[in-house]
Design a protein around this ligand. Structure first.
Ligand SMILES: N[C@@H](CCC(=O)N[C@@H](CS)C(=O)NCC(=O)O)C(=O)O
Length: 211
């Protein structure tokens, strides 16, 4: 098993934090996005979409979606549980994980990719070899949606110690990394979002957050 990773990128970090919560160490290979290593033939031969994280299993099977990789790890190493135990918990984690990803990560990514000169002609992910020009309005849209996500996350964290359940789950990993990623587009929790700030400090203090 081998994880293709890049230290500074948010999606690979989700897998690293997940692995750290499980206490699992697997071989990792750094792929450098700024120099285009993820789009070079040596890597696209492994993952034609040129995306990180990518997990290659012992039999050569390739998993190239963050949540698919985390679900695979959860199934192989069930403890500690990070996707919910009971039918209801599983549904609640799925619901919040999906919201954190679609309303949070995706909105921040939309703003970032439509603003960064590096992605001038690759504003959508996973479209290696096909131009997708930036749309400046999507920077404004992405920031607005990220701000709205922070409002609902703060409300949720006023009612619950963690995002999906009363304990740490994969939804907290996606939400924490969304808050950190949002700094790249200069979106921050507002001073009145005290429940969000307290939760963020708490999850960031876990050893796994350094992964
Ligand atoms: N939907 C994918 C998205 C992965 C993704 O966007 N990865 C970024 C790093 S955070 C990437 O590889 N970007 C390189 C590029 O687009 O050239 C997932 O969740 O795994």
């Amino acid at each position: 098993v081998k994880l293709y990773d890049m230290n500074r990128a948010p999606n690979p970090r989700r897998v690293r934090v997940f692995l750290a919560e499980k206490g699992i160490d697997i071989p990792m290979v750094q792929i450098d996005i700024p120099s285009g290593e993820n789009l070079a033939p040596a890597f696209t031969a492994i993952n034609p979409r040129g995306l990180l994280p990518t997990l290659v299993l012992e039999d050569g099977t390739v998993l190239d979606e963050t949540m698919a990789i985390c679900r695979y790890i959860e199934a192989v190493y069930p403890d500690p549980n990070l996707f919910g135990q009971t039918p209801l918990e599983i549904a609640q984690v799925e619901s919040w994980q999906r919201r954190c990803e679609l309303e949070g990560m995706y909105s921040v990514g939309m703003a970032f990719r439509n603003a960064s000169p590096f992605y001038a002609h690759r504003s959508t992910q996973g479209t290696a070899g096909q131009d997708t020009d930036q749309i400046p309005e999507l920077v404004t849209r992405g920031k607005l949606l990220a701000e709205r996500f922070f409002i609902s996350l703060n409300e949720r964290l006023g009612q619950s110690a963690y995002v999906a359940l009363d304990r740490f789950t994969v939804a907290d990993i996606t939400a924490m990394i969304t808050v950190d990623f949002a700094r790249w587009i200069k979106v921050y929790p507002t001073p009145d979002q005290t429940d969000l700030a307290a939760w963020h400090a708490r999850v960031s203090a876990r050893a796994s957050a350094k992964a």
